[in-house]
Design a protein around this ligand. Structure first.
Ligand code: FES
Length: 127
């Protein structure tokens, strides 16, 4: 079931001080521009924008994933948003320069970050 043409998940995860994450990279500002540009383009009923927690590429935030294609964008800046809305959401052409295209590398990076996070939590529990 796909109630919308596109569904965008924008990571707004906050991390503790000194740990890289999308919020520290300015994801809230990008999110605000994204919501405004979607409305401005008349795509409010076709593009659903949802915030989410960490996608696992924390050093390269702000990150977002667009379905149904499963396009993963990294280092998205507010200035990139009009192009994403125009090219991808209106034109159906994902913005290649912001896309992660090496699926194996993305998987490895996410798994490594998950391992690090779990190790940090385990160390915290030990005190
Ligand atoms: S904090 Fe956004 S991907 Fe991890």
């Amino acid at each position: 079931m796909e109630p919308f043409k596109y569904h965008v998940y924008m990571c707004t995860q906050q991390k503790p001080e000194g740990i890289p994450g999308c919020a520290a990279h300015g994801s809230e500002a990008v999110l605000n521009v994204l919501r405004a540009e979607v409305v401005k383009a008349g795509l409010d009923d076709e593009v659903q924008v949802t915030t989410c927690g960490s996608l696992g590429l924390c050093e390269r935030g702000p990150n977002m994933v667009v379905y149904p294609e499963g396009v993963w964008y990294s280092k998205v800046q507010a200035a990139d948003v009009p192009e994403i809305v125009r090219e991808h959401f209106k034109g159906g052409r994902p913005v290649a320069r912001l896309m992660n295209t090496d699926v194996a590398a993305v998987r490895t990076e996410i798994q490594e970050n998950r391992r690090k996070a779990r190790a940090a939590m385990a160390a915290q529990k030990k005190g």
